[in-house]
Write a protein that binds this ligand. Structure first.
Ligand code: NAP
Length: 297
């Protein structure tokens, strides 16, 4: 239902505007915020707590709002005067509630567009609790009366920084010889910036996001070896071993359940494929594994 008002952001083209970026201290939100600020947009950066990351965002021009995405009043206040929102909620319980709260806040403020971070494994019958919740959250957000765009990326290239063991030069992962095209958060930040400022062409769409080249983890290790000039070895491990590694790192059970289930999805090809969506939307191709490795290792 559309409710015209003095502050009706939907009456205007959203080619410029006031953008609310949630998860702004995180990976995709952080890059989206910086891209938008570089382009001269007003960015309200929602962070869970004030710290050095929010200080860095403030230093480059973001308006910082400290709020919990599970706090309806705080999110409604954060969406005041906003044209478009990027919603990023981590792999954590209460994703559907956070999405419903954001939807309500956007409606109360006549926000024009929501760009929603989901994932490629989101589906009704997903075994991962988080992936199934992403699918339900998408369906909840489909009720938004403005424009909504769902992003379904494959695994981020940032997995390589998280799971590379610099001491041994090993990538220990349970992915057998299955493939995906890793996509950097930086490239997703550019896609998000383009969509929140001009959502109309993609309104109502689900966009799969892939990096430029589909590889198995042996080929990923080879690309890292060439770039770093030191051996990187892919060590395929069992799901049990992966689960033990994750618990040793201190991840909670919600996250471990998700990663074990999507590892099976990965083996079954759910994360595979590539496309030109990033280049089509942003005019620039996404980073290769080599380029990502050069920047982040
Ligand atoms: N990683 C992958 O390979 C991959 C692939 C496909 C899709 N995804 C999707 O990507 C999304 C995560 O995006 P990301 O990696 O850009 O995020 P991220 O780096 O995990 O950052 C999430 C941010 O949200 C903040 N946050 C957590 N709970 C909050 C709350 N209740 N209220 C307000 N802020 C809160 C966190 O704050 P603190 O930092 O202070 O904790 C963090 O800064 C997930 O939905 C996931 O399904 C990930």
């Amino acid at each position: 239902m559309h409710r015209p008002s003095d502050t009706d952001h939907r009456e205007e083209a959203t080619m410029t505007g006031h953008i609310l970026i949630t998860g702004a201290a995180g990976k995709t939100g952080g890059y989206a915020a910086k891209t938008l600020l570089n382009q001269g947009h007003h960015v309200r950066a929602l962070v869970r707590r004030a710290d050095e990351r929010s200080e860095r965002l403030a230093a480059v021009g973001a308006e910082i709002v400290v709020a919990d995405l599970l706090d309806l009043d705080a999110v409604v206040k954060a969406a005041d005067g906003i044209d478009a929102v990027y919603l990023a909620y981590p792999i954590a319980p209460r994703l559907i509630e956070a999405s419903a709260i954001l939807l309500q806040a956007a409606e109360e403020n006549n926000v024009a567009a929501i760009v929603n971070m989901s994932q490629i494994s989101a589906r009704r019958d997903a075994v991962s609790n988080a992936a199934r919740q992403h699918w339900i959250a998408e369906r909840v957000l489909d009720h938004f009366t403005g424009a909504v765009v769902h992003l379904r990326p494959t695994f981020f290239a940032e997995w390589l920084t998280s799971f590379f063991d610099a001491a041994t030069g090993q990538l220990r992962l349970p992915f057998e010889q299955a493939r995906h095209a890793p996509i950097a958060a930086e490239d997703q930040g550019r896609v998000i910036a383009a969509l929140v400022t001009d959502p109309t062409p993609y309104a109502g769409k689900i966009l799969k996001l892939h990096g430029p080249v589909e590889l198995n983890h042996q080929q990923i290790a080879d690309a890292m070896t060439r770039t770093l000039g030191r051996p990187v070895t892919y060590v395929p491990i069992s799901l049990d071993e992966f689960g033990r590694d994750l618990r040793k790192r201190g991840y909670d059970e919600h996250f471990v359940q998700h990663l074990l289930a999507v590892a099976v999805d990965y083996r079954n090809g759910i994360f595979a494929g590539t496309n030109d969506t990033v280049e089509t939307i942003t005019g620039r191709p996404p980073l290769t594994v080599e380029a990502f490795t050069e920047r982040h290792f």
